[in-house]
Write a protein that binds this ligand. Structure first.
Ligand code: MG
Ligand code: ZN
Length: 218
């Protein structure tokens, strides 16, 4: 019984150490990098698909996609204009970790990119625990998931640097109390920068694109 906690801690410590190495590599190559996390179906790949065409003439972008079994999402990133799109098949694992990201970084000439978009595995629990070494963690919430998610998954909401609220075009059709949702977010992560948007209609995309652009050209 008492053995279990130290073992988990050691795994996380080892991961943090590798994440720091990844961060140093990205930083020294001048690549701004984000770790995109969300539940399945919240719109991680759609966001990447809508982001790439808006930035590909301004930034050199690579995408890394973590997926349990398929390469469908990385194919979509490539089609949308990523200069490189790399698939990490996690072999059933429900999150990316720093070792997996390192393996993907090894396949890229990092100094040829300005921005790296990492799509984590769709999961609101363990991706929050496993740092990758990216500059910013971004969580995508979406209207159909419901307004209680900050209360149910506090670990995820607490740790992120930015929050996207996707599918706002569905607000008229879903009972989603935005004030209840935002109170939950505020209690866990006060002042976190938030981008309400719709990948489908394009509403709200400009603020998100400008944030990426500002961070990538610092
Ligand atoms: Mg996806
Ligand atoms: Zn996991």
């Amino acid at each position: 019984m008492t053995q279990r906690i130290p073992v988990v801690e050691n795994i996380l410590n080892a991961n943090d150490h590798l994440a720091q190495e990844n961060h140093t590599r990205l930083e020294s190559a001048g690549v701004f990098s984000i770790n995109l996390m969300a539940s399945p179906g919240a719109g991680k790949t759609s966001l990447i698909e809508q982001t790439l065409p808006r930035l590909k003439d301004k930034l050199r972008i690579a995408a890394i996609d973590g997926d349990i079994a398929t390469s469908l999402d990385s194919d979509r990133a490539a089609a949308a204009g990523a200069l490189s799109s790399i698939q990490i098949n996690t072999g059933g694992n429900c999150h990316l970790d720093a070792v997996m990201l390192r393996g993907a970084l090894d396949q890229l000439q990092l100094n040829q990119y300005d921005l790296l978009l990492v799509e984590n595995v769709g999961n609101l629990v363990c991706p929050a625990e496993f740092k990758l070494g990216t500059h910013k963690s971004v969580l995508i919430a979406s209207i159909p998931e419901g307004d209680d998610k900050p209360y149910k998954y506090p670990g995820m909401y607490r740790g992120v640097d930015a929050l996207i609220i996707n599918k706002i075009d569905l607000l008229p059709y879903v009972s989603f109390r935005m004030d209840f949702f935002q109170r939950g977010v505020e209690s866990l992560n006060p002042g976190v920068i938030t981008f309400p948007l719709s990948c489908r209609t394009g509403e709200g995309m400009d603020a998100w694109i400008n944030w990426l652009l500002q961070n990538s050209t610092k």
